[in-house]
Design a protein around this ligand. Structure first.
Ligand SMILES: NC(=O)c1ccc[n+]([C@@H]2O[C@H](COP(=O)([O-])OP(=O)(O)OC[C@H]3O[C@@H](n4cnc5c(N)ncnc54)[C@H](O)[C@@H]3O)[C@@H](O)[C@H]2O)c1
Length: 259
């Protein structure tokens, strides 16, 4: 079966969107999806932001890109102010930048823990702080990419799992705070998506071994695609989800339904 029919709806016509971590993977697929549905999109990423945006622009989409290291608080504020100056008030903020630290809790270095939290959690707060004052006046939507690792424990990635759990609950807290102002705040919790992000986890396993593992564990029998996660993010960001806020939407092929 093919993926969602991108561009059929125009749910973001006239809207301004920012995808933090949009240079690659799920964020890039989200930038494409939002732009295909009419948004003017800015991609912010540590690497490949401008190349990613140029690739989408070559397909006729209204996407620009700027470099941003989300671990630099001033840079997050400055970049989002620049987007506002150039494109207008931000209607949709997507947080997709992520970092995976592989170490058991005893071996985990404090710097590694802090760096993981800076990318996965602090950046969500900083970006939200930059866009919320205007959104409180005029409405808006924030969608952050958490993980099923934020809903379940698991060995080897304690900093990642803890930071993603915090994203889920920061999301709920911001939803509770700003719902009355017309601002919706949601998260998505993907399962396994082959963007390269999980390569450190699968280590020396071959692609065939990974697929065999996925088939044995995931009820739908396969990994998700970045486009499928992007479709869910677009749904949450759109008016189709007008009565959805504070939600953590699991997109994992049924993995967390099984244990
Ligand atoms: N791939 C999966 O299986 C999976 C599952 C659950 C959740 N996620 C989450 O999805 C999000 C996107 O991951 P992905 O799978 O697309 O991986 P990816 O590696 O393709 O994308 C992550 C992006 O984050 C950017 N980034 C990292 N550090 C940054 C920094 N300091 N400043 C700015 N940008 C930075 C990277 O440059 C990259 O473009 C992440 O938050 C990840 O935790 C992924």
């Amino acid at each position: 079966m093919s993926g969602p029919a991108v561009g059929v709806c125009r749910r973001f016509e006239g809207r301004v969107a920012v995808v933090v971590g949009g240079g690659h993977g799920i964020g890039l697929a989200t930038a494409r999806r939002l732009a295909a549905e009419g948004a003017r999109v800015t991609v912010l990423d540590l690497r490949e932001a401008e190349q990613a945006a140029a690739g989408l622009a070559a397909d006729g989409l209204a996407v620009t890109g700027r470099e941003l290291d989300v671990t630099r608080p001033d840079a997050v504020r400055d970049r989002l102010a620049e987007v506002r100056d150039a494109a207008g008030e931000i209607d949709v903020l997507v947080n997709s930048a992520g970092r995976l630290a592989l170490a058991d809790p005893v071996a985990l270095e404090l710097d590694d823990w802090r760096h993981t939290f800076a990318v996965n959690l602090d950046a969500v707060l900083l970006a939200a702080q930059a866009v919320l004052p205007a959104m409180i006046d005029r409405g808006g939507s924030i969608v952050s990419v958490a993980s099923i690792g934020g809903l379940r424990g698991g060995p080897g990635t304690p900093a990642y799992n803890a930071s993603k759990a915090a994203v889920v609950n920061l999301t709920r807290s911001m939803a509770a705070e700003y719902g009355r102002h017309g601002v919706r705040v949601n998260s998505v919790c993907p399962g396994w998506v082959p963007t390269g992000f999980n390569d450190p986890l699968t280590g020396t396993m071959t692609d065939a071994q990974v697929e065999q593992l996925v088939r044995s564990r995931v009820p739908l029998g396969r990994q998700g695609t970045a486009e499928e996660i992007a479709a869910t993010i677009a749904f949450l960001a759109s008016d189709d989800a007008a009565y959805v806020t504070g939600h953590a939407l699991v997109v994992d092929g049924g993995l967390t339904a099984t244990f």
